[in-house]
Design a protein around this ligand. Sequence first.
Ligand code: SF4
Length: 373
Amino acid sequence: MAGIYIHIPFCHQRCSYCDFHFSTLLKHKEKVIDALLTEIEVRKNELSAPIETIYFGGGTPSVLSEKELATLLDFIFKFYDCSQVKEITFEANPEDLSMAYLKMLKKNGINRISIGTQSFVDEELRLMNRKHSAKQGISVIKNIQDAGFENFTADIIYGINKNYKKNLAENIKVLQSLQIPHFSAYALTIEEKTLLNKKVKTGEFSILPDDAYEYCFNTLHAFAQENDFLHYELSNYAKPGFKSLHNSNYWHNKPYLGFGPSAHSFDGKNIRRWNVANNHLYVKNIQKNTPYFEQEILTVENLFNEYLMTKLRTIEGIDFKYLSKNFPNKYSTRILEQIKLLNASWYNLNENRLNLTPKGWLISDFILKKLFI
Ligand code: SF4
C-alpha cells in the first residue's frame, strides 16, 4: 500500500513561527494547480502499490475552491489505483471552515480533517499571528462534528510565553470538553527564517527555559493517560481507532508520492526525492518539462539512521527482527552496546524491541545521536 501527499503552497498570512514553504500571493494559485495536475499525471507509473491514504497539506489546503479540490481528486483517482483508499485527510484553518465548506469537503470524499487550531487561548493565537480567534477554533470543532466528521485532529503548540502553565490547562480543558478524537502537540521551536526569530533577536520575544517544555510535555502525557488517549508518537495522541493512518505509514517506511512545491517522495526502498520549494520555479519547470526535483539514493547507513529516527519516536520503537532481516548484525549489536550506557529510565528493552519512555522522548535527539551510525 502507498500514500499520496499534495502540498498546497498558499496561506492567507504568515504565522510568526512558521518556516514551511508557502506564498501569500494567491493570484498564482491557478498556475500552481495546473502544474500540480501535470505532475499527478506524468508520475502515474511511479507507483505499483495501490493507494491507501491521501493527504492534502500545506500551506493551507482550505484556500482551495470546490472545483479545484474536485479536479485534484479526479486526477488522483484517474491516474492511480485508489480502489483501496481508506483515509483522505485535509488540513484546514479554522477561519476557512464554514458549514458550507465542511459539507463540500464531505461531498468530495474527505473523511479526516486536520485543523490548525494551535491554541484555544487568544493571547497565544495573537503571539503566533494566527488569523482566527479561540472562539472560532472552538465553534469550528463543533461544526466539524455537526457536519458528520468523526475522524479529525487538532494541532496545539505549547510553551509560547510565561503563561504557559495556565494556557496549557485551558487548551487541555477544551480538548477534553470537545471530545476530540486525536490531537498533535508540538513545543514551540524558533526557526531561523521566522518572524518570531526576528523578535527574539530584538529582545521583543523570549524563549522559555527547557523545564517549561518538559512541564508541558509531561502534563500532556498525563492528560492522555487519564483520558484514554494513546500517546503513540512523540507529538501525537489518539483515542482508540483514530491514529493517523497516513503518518503511521510514513513511519512504517511505506512508499508515497508527494506532489507540489517542496513535497517529498519515497519509493519505499532507498530513493527519496523532493520538489523545488519555490512556486515560480515549480510551475516554470513543469511547463518546460525540465527537472523540478532533486533526489538522493539512501545508503544502508542512511536507511538505518532514518529507521531509528522514525521508530524511536513511536510507541512501537525498534524491532530487532526487522533490523536483523534488513541490516548487518553489527548494527543491532551497536544499539545494544550504546543504549546500555544510557540512563535506564529513558528506555524499555527486551529481546525483540527497544522503545523510549516519555522521559526518553523528551531527550530523543540526544539519544538518537548516541545510536546513529
Ligand atoms: S502555520 Fe500553516 S497557516 Fe500558518 S503560515 Fe505556516 S503553513 Fe501557513
